[in-house]
Ligand binder design. Structure first.
Ligand code: NAP
Length: 247
């Protein structure tokens, strides 16, 4: 059964990692997908790979900190595929450091990409979805936003902020039949976790009841559920995809 036949989705930061898995899973369920990333070449390659697999895909480079570019990204999906049904605000960066070493620029960059980026994406998608009277917006938070991580005052603050944004936007948009939900992944096997010292990853693993690091597809499957009509009565929630870590 294909869950997203005839729907169109935008996934930010989808040239690689979790975003790429999300784009692939949504496309596999029949959605036309806009692959978007600050890495234009990576987005082009990912979209070309999806098309080669028989899916409908379009690459649209976009820096999620750029208000005009995010508005144009939503419009590009509607112009190419006639609709925007699913918006996944996924793009992310890390600038880890303990507070004495973290610069204001490190703090601002992470807040701008994650929190402001998700706000811009939610607002731009909400504008189009309101006209359609239908839509699902999914914001990728992190379990760090629930528990806080050493060396991530910027990232944990941004990811906790995304939860507040998600709930407030869910209240505002519900009357237009637009649902807004968040996902909090635990450690997932991507470039972001590959950059962590092995000792830190081992410590994380010891605290995951399901006994493994997550795969990008674990997050993508939760996005698929929230994007689909299976979640028609679910809004303003946070789903943890963390193997039980920090339950
Ligand atoms: P990733 O592999 O680093 O992918 C993130 C993508 O976002 C990259 O292609 C990156 O491009 C792009 N990006 C960075 N800044 C951008 C901007 N301003 N505008 C548009 N795109 C931008 O990371 P990931 O692990 O897949 O993470 C995806 C999301 O899941 C993030 O929001 C992250 O915080 C969240 N998450 C990840 C984990 C985990 O364990 N991996 C856990 C919890 C939550 P460049 O590579 O060119 O910078």
């Amino acid at each position: 059964m294909k869950l997203l036949e005839g729907r169109a989705a935008v996934v930010t930061g989808s040239a690689q990692g979790i975003g790429l898995a999300v784009a692939t899973v949504l496309a596999g369920h029949g959605a036309s997908v806009v692959v978007s990333d600050i890495n234009a070449e990576g987005a082009e390659k990912a979209a070309a790979d999806l098309e080669a697999q028989g899916h409908r895909a379009l690459a649209v480079p976009c820096d999620v900190t750029d208000e005009r570019a995010v508005g144009a990204l939503a419009d590009a999906c509607r112009d190419a595929f006639g609709t925007l049904d699913v918006m996944v605000n996924n793009a992310g960066v890390t600038r880890d450091a303990s507070m004495p070493k973290m610069t204001l620029e490190d703090f601002r960059t992470v807040i701008d990409v994650h929190l402001q980026g998700a706000w811009l994406g939610t607002r731009a998608a909400g504008r189009l979805m309101r006209e359609q009277r239908r839509g699902s917006i999914i914001n990728i938070s992190s379990i760090s936003g629930k528990a806080g991580n050493f060396g991530q005052t910027n990232y944990s603050a941004a990811k906790a902020g995304i939860v507040g944004l998600t709930k407030a936007a869910a209240r505002e948009l519900a009357r237009h039949d637009i649902r807004v939900n968040a996902i909090q992944p635990g450690p997932i096997r991507t470039a972001m976790t590959a950059a962590m010292p092995p000792r830190v990853l081992e410590q994380m693993l010891a605290n995951i009841p399901l006994g493994r690091i997550g795969e990008p597809e674990d997050v993508a499957n939760a996005v698929l559920f929230l994007a689909s009509d299976l979640a028609a009565f679910i809004t303003g929630t946070v789903i943890e995809v963390a193997g039980g870590r920090h339950m």
